[in-house]
Ligand binder design. Structure first.
Ligand SMILES: Cc1cc2nc3c(=O)[nH]c(=O)nc-3n(C[C@H](O)[C@H](O)[C@H](O)COP(=O)(O)OP(=O)(O)OC[C@H]3O[C@@H](n4cnc5c(N)ncnc54)[C@H](O)[C@@H]3O)c2cc1C
Length: 298
């Protein structure tokens, strides 16, 4: 089906030529050819069943993507404001939909005093994005706590998969193309030692003291190489505050790149490449990006 015909059978909005600056935390990037906000799971299924000729990319909160200035061909499916329900059996079993905010997952499970997911409290993404990235911090990674995931493929087929069917590691998940998360189940244990809400308070305090929270960023741009901290390597290469165009390295945390209003994606990408080149020349270590690059260069 073409987009005009698909629009007629859907409840959610499909828009054309949508500026992506609003949909990522760096506030940069070109436009998506199509942008779909499904109103619910049925709507998403219907869309996928009828859009086999269109390239699809799923986005959550856009907090770990660099969307290039030339924009995105195909359709962005945004779960930012949708698929955000959850259920709990009050005995530690939770099912969250993929659009659910990580921060809220931490709050909800902590209020019930079920432990494990407190680390999600400062991660400004969706569950779907966290699963795709194996998001984590303070010693926790989301896949350590997943029980099952519910997925949808490019043809709109739903399938539940067990955690053991996936290979995952530090900020990495092997995911077949054209398979997307729509939810996950967790079996959590009651917290015996320390109150979960107190743990969250400590994590948030620590984050505020070390990271430039409140400024447009994508969190840590680079993965930590084994036995090193990317931030230390960048800082000791003399790069704190280094700026290209309207993008600069934070002086509070050198693994954060901050954008100023009207920054372009190429400012950020050029700065990323400059950091990689400089750190390699100084330390003989290549910094691999954590952030995912999407779209076309201008
Ligand atoms: C201030 C700040 C602090 C941060 N701190 C941390 C941290 O401590 N630890 C950490 O790990 N990360 C951190 N991040 C990065 C980011 O928040 C996480 O990686 C988060 O999990 C990304 O979720 P998202 O919904 O924003 O994903 P997006 O940025 O929207 O997408 C990221 C990737 O996931 C894919 N994706 C998104 N949704 C789905 C889906 N439903 N199915 C399949 N693929 C999907 C996208 O295509 C893309 O490749 C931080 C970011 C910021 C801005």
């Amino acid at each position: 089906m073409n987009i005009k015909s698909i629009k007629k059978i859907l409840k959610g909005r499909i828009r054309e030529n949508v500026c992506m600056k609003e949909y990522n935390t760096w506030k940069i990037g070109g436009s998506a050819q199509y942008f779909f906000e499904p109103s619910n799971l049925d709507d998403l299924k219907k869309f996928l069943e009828n859009s086999s000729n269109i390239d699809i990319i799923f986005l959550g909160n856009g907090s770990n993507v660099l969307i290039r200035d030339g924009g995105i061909n195909g359709c962005v499916v945004s779960l930012k404001n949708t698929l955000n329900n959850y259920t709990s059996n009050k005995k530690g079993k939770y099912i969250f939909e993929a659009g659910f905010s990580c921060m809220k997952i931490a709050q909800i499970t902590a209020k019930d005093n079920y432990g494990g997911l407190e680390f999600l409290c400062g991660i400004p993404g969706s569950l779907g994005g966290a699963l795709a990235m194996n998001a984590g911090c303070y010693g926790g990674n989301i896949w350590d706590y997943v029980n099952k995931v519910i997925m949808i493929n490019k043809n709109g087929n739903l399938v539940t998969k067990n955690k053991r069917e996936f290979k995952y590691g530090y900020r990495n998940l092997e995911l077949e193309d054209n398979n997307f998360f729509i939810g996950a189940t967790f079996n959590l244990q009651e917290n015996q030692l320390k109150n979960s809400l107190d743990i969250i308070k400590e994590y948030l305090k620590d984050r505020r003291s070390k990271q430039p929270t409140g400024l447009p960023s994508c969190g840590s741009v680079f993965k930590n190489p084994e036995n090193y901290h990317a931030a230390n390597l960048i800082e000791s290469s003399g790069l704190k505050n280094y700026k290209i165009g309207k993008a600069y390295i934070s002086d509070k945390h050198a693994n954060f790149i901050i954008t100023e209003p009207s920054a372009s994606s190429s400012d950020v990408e050029d700065l990323i490449e400059f950091i990689q080149k400089t750190v390699f020349e100084n330390k003989n270590i290549f910094l691999e990006t954590e952030v995912k690059f999407i779209g076309i260069k201008k």
